[in-house]
Design a protein around this ligand. Sequence first.
Ligand code: A3P
Length: 344
Amino acid sequence: MSISASNVPSLSSVTKYIDEDEHEKTKMALIFDKYNHRLATLPKERGWITENLYMYQGFWHQSKRRMSFETVMALQDTFNACPTDIYLATLPKSGTTWLKAIVFAIVNRNRYKNDSFPTHPLLISNPHNCLPFVETEIFRNTPTYVNDPHSPRLFATHIPYTSLPRSILDSGCRLVYLCRNPKDVLVSMFHFANKLRDKSRGPMRFEEAFELFSKGAMPIGPYWDHVKSYHNVSLKHPTKILFLKYDDMKVDTVNHVKRLSTFLGYPFTEAENDDGAVQEIVRMCSFENLREVNKHGDLREGIPNDAFFREGTVGDWTNHLTSEMSEILDQITNEKFHGLDILF
Ligand code: A3P
């Protein structure tokens, strides 16, 4: 049994989810075989974690990874969305893990209402085990939630809006987009890449990360195009796409949790508000708490749980960027976001 939606996810199903790795590897190999011949036709750039990035539909992707152009192509060909699905879209290092935890906690709060430590999934497992990426679903034997009579299915994705599978765009489902100050995304991605990249390549220098980021070449970048792809549609369809900023969410997490719960169709009742249910979710999903839960173990081979919890602050870029680097990124951001209400 995989994590089925009817019991998303109990302790035993979280464990089972992790155990399905072997089957996933076979399915991944099949998908890579099917789409990898396209690689020769795609523009290429230096990679951060993998050796190269490949441009597909205007965005830079890895190859032969869970997050890869092959995966996007396979999803575009085969994925079936439901109108009741909820998608959490982000660029890597924009607070995906935090958003996953919060949304999972909101939607499943009644299921775990009376559970205390250590039975709530977020108190024993990485948020990435609780709410899957649609990119990883495609490799699963029995996709998560497949027989679930309950709604909604919750998925995260890093795919840019313009490359989402047609069925997601047509389904009319709800989508939350979380973005973050580009300078903090750059710094966060730089540290993440150095933790995960092949040791034989040696560590990446910050100057190299800056150069690649500035020209748009980061995994699923360009940063600015990714953000704009979702921002544009959120303006046209505000009831379908909620556009949020990590930086604002850090300042006022309580109100963001309330906003999210209303948007997702799970508003807090008066009694819950009086009982401090919102504050409880904020506390459970706090950086300090999630970092503590995830200080040991691996999400999967080569990806330690603690790689997703570094500083968890706004403005760490001031410790990494020279004033010249900062000015260059400001200039690019001002040009790319000109006329748009995207300020950090
Ligand atoms: P830093 O590297 O700046 O610390 P993602 O989840 O998209 O991979 O993003 C990772 C970034 O989110 C990291 O940023 C990480 O520390 C931060 N993060 C993880 N959990 C968080 C939480 N609960 N609250 C705030 N930030 C969090």
